[in-house]
Design a protein around this ligand. Sequence first.
Ligand SMILES: O=C(O)CCC(=O)C(=O)O
Length: 88
Amino acid sequence: MVDWIFMGGPGQGAHMQVDSVKHMSWQAQVRGHKQWQLAPPPECLYHCRWITFTVAPGEILVVDTNRWYHKTNVLPGDISITIGAEYD
Ligand SMILES: O=C(O)CCC(=O)C(=O)O
């Protein structure tokens, strides 16, 4: 299983992608604010909506990044630090 840490300054983030890891994951926002955009997996493309939200320090996101396309953007004000791990 993969553990990870993402760090970046305002305006940085991940481009729209899906992952290729074994399980879904939790991601805890430690510092800074980061906007996420989730785009539905193909099987619910015509029924599900895009989801856009911001995570703040102390919040934890649980998402299957293998299925949901995702994109992130660190918001102005501080660097962003996120830790996460796969779980089953
Ligand atoms: O947290 C980020 O900025 C990127 C997260 C990501 O792309 C991932 O978990 O696969």
